[in-house]
Design a protein around this ligand. Structure first.
Ligand code: IMP
Length: 199
């Protein structure tokens, strides 16, 4: 049997960590949180793309560990708000406009029906010292005309995936994890780790 693969996840977002742990749970992979790894950093996400921000987070954390590091930068793009917006500013957009509940209320009232896409960019650093691999996933859908459901986080209560009639937050964690942008990026990571025989 192969050795367990340990990876530090460069995020302070507990929702992302939980989803990633569930996605990796069928495999012999141990995902350490920053707390588990005793790393206390809060990198400035000042890049111009998900890719740049994912690398900023992973490379900052990699300074403090010998384990490989994985980071996820993600966001939602809402067509009616303009090109790629809020995108990499998704978290700040909510924080600076009254919080997630307020912004979800605003978007479902004023922009329901707008096409929207979730993006996820995963960077995997130091599988071998100095190595870097990038993976992407998206989930397409539209903005709901109401807030629905209890599961998930962020914009999940107002995002209706294509092929569905209700928001992601109505879905169980397992169901979200079978269609999400994070799932679609993670399956590429898992496929890659299988190819190079690490799992
Ligand atoms: P960051 O990647 O830490 O910069 O933050 C991503 C932000 O995008 C989160 O704070 C959420 O607002 C939003 N987001 C990313 N992924 C999801 C998701 O799976 N569901 C709902 N919102 C998400």
């Amino acid at each position: 049997m192969k050795n367990q693969l340990t990876i530090v996840v460069a995020t302070n977002n507990q929702h992302k960590l939980k989803e990633l742990r569930e996605l990796f749970s069928p495999y012999n992979v141990k995902l350490l949180s920053l707390n588990d790894a005793n790393i206390h950093v809060n990198p400035d996400e000042n890049g111009n793309s998900y890719k740049e921000n994912a690398f900023i987070k992973a490379s900052e954390v990699a300074k403090y560990t010998k384990f490989p590091v994985m980071s996820d930068d993600s966001g939602i793009e809402i067509s009616e708000l303009g090109d790629h917006f809020p995108g990499i500013y998704s978290s700040r957009y909510a924080k600076e406009n009254g919080g997630q509940e307020v912004i979800n209320e605003f978007l479902s009232t004023n922009h329901h029906g707008s096409k929207a896409t979730f993006h996820c960019h995963i960077v995997l650093l130091n599988l071998k010292p100095g190595s870097r691999y990038d993976f992407e996933g998206i989930m397409e859908g539209k903005i709901n005309n109401k807030i629905e459901g209890e599961h998930g986080f962020g914009y999940d209560p107002i995002f209706v995936p294509d092929g569905y009639e209700h928001s992601v937050s109505i879905l169980s964690d397992e169901e979200k994890n079978s269609i999400s942008h994070r799932h679609n990026a993670t399956i590429k990571v898992i496929e890659f780790l299988k190819q190079i025989s690490l799992i």
